[in-house]
Design a protein around this ligand. Sequence first.
Ligand SMILES: Nc1ncnc2c1ncn2[C@@H]1O[C@H](COP(=O)(O)OP(=O)(O)O)[C@@H](O)[C@H]1O
Ligand SMILES: [Mg+2]
Length: 142
Amino acid sequence: MDLPLQVIVNNEIETKRIAEKFALLLKEGDKVLLNGDLGTGKTFFVKNVCVKYGIDTVTSPTFSIVNEYTGQKKIYHFDFYRIKKTVELFDIGFEDYMKDREAIIFIEWAELVPEVLPKKCYTIQFNYINETKREIFIKKNE
Ligand SMILES: Nc1ncnc2c1ncn2[C@@H]1O[C@H](COP(=O)(O)OP(=O)(O)O)[C@@H](O)[C@H]1O
Ligand SMILES: [Mg+2]
């Protein structure tokens, strides 16, 4: 997969295909920031990346803030949607999660807490077009 990538996907199967290709790029220590409105497919995307690593139990971390998984890779999956103050992240040990070089970290709604985000990361923007169509824009930031 060559980046940056900007595509229109017509359905879930096409999103899944992109997630599977993206999964092959990721290495331990990588951070992936996912932005886009509710229901645009951020969780769906992470779920399908994780399936590639033998993890098929991914659920939305909206209420838990962070979910952890271990398969062929170790995964921390955050959702900042309900975070009101940066201190709430520090309370749950966000800095320690970010320091773990063995894990791949996904953060949904990353843009809601910009002050804690790494510069070196992948960003994925999801835009809703219609019920099954989305625009997906994946970029690598050094
Ligand atoms: N092309 C598509 N890509 C991703 N999800 C899609 C697509 N078409 C329909 N959907 C549906 O949209 C919803 C996306 O939900 P979710 O991944 O939880 O969104 P978010 O995490 O961005 O709030 C799911 O119900 C999924 O089945
Ligand atoms: Mg979600």
